[in-house]
Design a protein around this ligand. Structure first.
Ligand code: KIV
Length: 274
């Protein structure tokens, strides 16, 4: 029996909350999709996708930029509002874009705007330096998902989109970040593009659920970008999968992705890094 029940039309029966995700930990994997508009958000609800993320990836997938760096608060708010209008059951996470949370005070102001647009949680990228910000948001009632590993807003610092934590020093830093972000009050972690073994170690080191993308099969949840699921990305990343190809239509693709995460068929070894 699935942890989050589908209603008789196949959609989520009840609102998914952070409590739901905590209870699912170790029992059942949850499914996350990064998407940007009301019809897709409604489809995700109908296909029992527990969490929807309005990622700043929208800069590349929807707006035609070559990175996430140009994305603005106004663009994020516009898309969070659209998603929230289309889906009243999934947990909604909204990204804070580049340089909108460089100080705790700035994060407070901008996280408030994302929450007022309809998100239930904000996502911010970074490690140890974020702890004061997370404490400030969390103490004031704003749930936070902390994104570590490959953090696309820092792509110029990394010199491109590269797997993180292959060397012992960076792996140790990511594990230290995991503990520090937990202690600061993060409600979820998201880890992107690390070797599968490190993805598993981060999940074990975390007291809160860990969402993975290109982080192996042992995280508590998986996230994919809707454009990758639907085969719309010209050069899809190794960790993604075109589910439309096998399913034939959009609801089928979302259900296939969901089922494959739940049963452990996705990610397969071909989607993982070593
Ligand atoms: O912006 C986004 O969609 C994301 C996911 C790739 C995790 O951060």
């Amino acid at each position: 029996m699935p942890y989050v029940q589908a209603d008789n039309t196949g959609g989520l029966e009840k609102k998914v909350t952070i409590q739901t995700l905590r209870r699912m930990r170790g029992q059942e994997k949850f499914v996350v999709v990064s998407l940007y508009d009301a019809p897709m958000a409604a489809m995700a609800q109908k296909c029992s996708v527990e969490v929807v993320l309005i990622g700043d990836s929208l800069g590349m997938t929807v707006l035609g930029y070559d990175s996430v760096i140009p994305v603005t608060m106004e663009q994020m708010i516009y898309h969070v509002e659209a998603v929230a209008r289309g889906n009243d059951k999934s947990l909604i996470i909204g990204d804070l874009p580049f340089m909108t949370y460089a100080t705790p005070e700035q994060a407070m102001i901008n996280a408030t705007r994302i929450m007022q647009a309809g998100a239930h949680m904000v996502k911010i990228e970074g490690g140890l330096w974020l702890t004061d910000t997370i404490r400030m948001l969390s103490d004031r009632g704003i749930p936070v998902c902390a994104h570590i590993g490959l953090t696309p807003q820092s792509m110029h610092k990394f010199g491109g989109f590269r797997v993180q934590g292959r060397d012992a020093e960076r792996a140790a830093t990511l594990l230290d970040d995991t503990r520090a972000l937990n202690d600061a009050g993060a409600d979820l972690l998201l880890v992107e593009c690390v070797p599968a073994e490190l993805g598993e170690q981060i999940t074990q080191a975390s007291a809160v659920p860990v969402i993975g993308i290109g982080a192996g099969a042992e995280t508590d949840a998986q996230v994919l970008v809707i454009n990758d699921i639907l085969g719309l990305t010209p050069q899809p990343p190794k960790f993604s999968k075109n589910f439309l190809e096998q399913a034939g239509d959009i609801p089928g693709a979302l259900k296939c992705y969901r089922d494959d995460v739940k049963t452990g068929r996705f990610p397969g070894p071909e989607h993982q890094f070593s």
